[in-house]
Design a protein around this ligand. Structure first.
Ligand SMILES: [Zn+2]
Length: 338
């Protein structure tokens, strides 16, 4: 059944108050960072509105005919609209088909509900088409747009949706939830901090191969800097596995290096578990060099989306430059583009 996540309860309560007052809008925009369970919330809402006998807190009963259909993924009054392939756009044909679906009478006499996710992946034509539906929503229809980057949606679409803003809950509130779901030996507090407080993102990081991989990359970079491994070898290590994720770590660590460099105190870091090591790394470079290295890391992560081969070469240059150490006077390592 639709999962319930404990940090959603305040938002769920708000929504149920509106429902009780008969003030449900025709369109919601669930906005906020990744890893907070916005899609889970959207499904919980859809299940609750389709259910024939909701519980007192407004949740679906899980036992009625509508709940069984929803669980089986075959409720005729529910649609999930997603890109046909991950990373691709939601296209205009999908929105036209959705408008047709919403226009028909609900087969079970309640709501017709569609969840669009990720809604920030609507292409321009699809967004324009959706706007028409938002301007004249069919009577009992409910659209739920889920977006981690809501600012990418046209203002005309955003303004026609009731916004529900998801924020990372305080780390202390979600520690017990996370602790009960991760392997022994992993530290829930650190995982949550590294995930920016997003509990589902922290849970994803807690996959042991993934978390160990981060450690492996830290060691690899550290060995380059201490001269105990060569840049070509390091670039090979970094080129393995999920390159995009590896480069997100690289960018994140360099952001932390700059925070450490620019602060006289103890700044808040994205990777607080690496503070001592990052402090040592930060001492190798001037602030200007660190900004250049961050810039190179960002360009690398853009490049890797188009060319793994060039990313490999650029990684070698990046690590080679890093290995040269303090005051080498070199400018930003070039990113090889192609
Ligand atoms: Zn039910």
């Amino acid at each position: 059944m639709a999962e319930r996540l404990p940090w959603h309860e305040p938002l769920w309560g708000q929504l149920q108050s509106r429902r009780a007052a008969g003030r449900l809008p025709h369109a919601w925009l669930l906005a906020g960072p990744e890893g907070l369970g916005k899609r889970v919330f959207a499904r919980r809402l859809a299940a609750a509105l389709l259910c024939e006998a909701p519980e007192s807190a407004g949740d679906a009963c899980t036992r009625c005919r509508a709940c069984h259909l929803f669980q089986a993924g075959s409720h005729p009054d529910y649609r999930a609209v997603q890109p046909s392939e991950e990373g691709k756009a939601i296209k205009v044909d999908q929105i036209r088909e959705l408008s047709d679906f919403l226009g028909f009478t609900a087969q079970y006499g309640r709501h017709k509900i569609a969840v669009l996710e990720p809604a920030d992946r609507l292409n321009v034509n699809a967004a324009n088409s959706l706007l028409k539906t938002l301007e004249e929503p069919p009577g009992n229809s409910l659209l739920v747009l889920v977006a981690s980057q809501a600012a990418r949606l046209p203002a005309t679409v955003r303004s026609r949706c009731q916004k529900l803003r998801f924020e990372p809950p305080p780390v202390g509130e979600t520690l017990p939830w996370l602790k009960s779901r991760i392997a022994a030996g992993l530290e829930a507090q650190i995982l949550l901090e590294v995930a920016g407080g997003a509990p589902l993102a922290a849970l994803a990081l807690a996959d042991p191969p993934r978390w160990n991989r981060r450690r492996h990359l830290i060691d690899s970079y550290d060995r380059v800097l201490s001269g105990t491994t060569d840049p070509v070898r390091a670039a090979e290590t970094w080129g393995q596995g999920d390159l995009a994720e590896n480069l997100r770590w690289l960018v994140g660590w360099h952001s932390d290096l700059i925070r450490l460099k620019m602060s006289s105190g103890s700044p808040r870091l994205g990777n607080p578990d690496l503070r001592a090591l990052l402090r040592r790394w930060a001492d190798r470079w001037s602030a200007r060099e660190l900004f250049e290295r961050l810039d190179s890391a960002v360009r690398l992560s853009v490049l890797c989306a188009t060319s793994q081969v060039n990313a490999q070469l650029s990684l070698e240059v990046f690590f080679g430059d890093g290995a040269e150490g303090v005051g080498s006077g070199r400018s930003s390592p070039p990113v090889i583009e192609g």
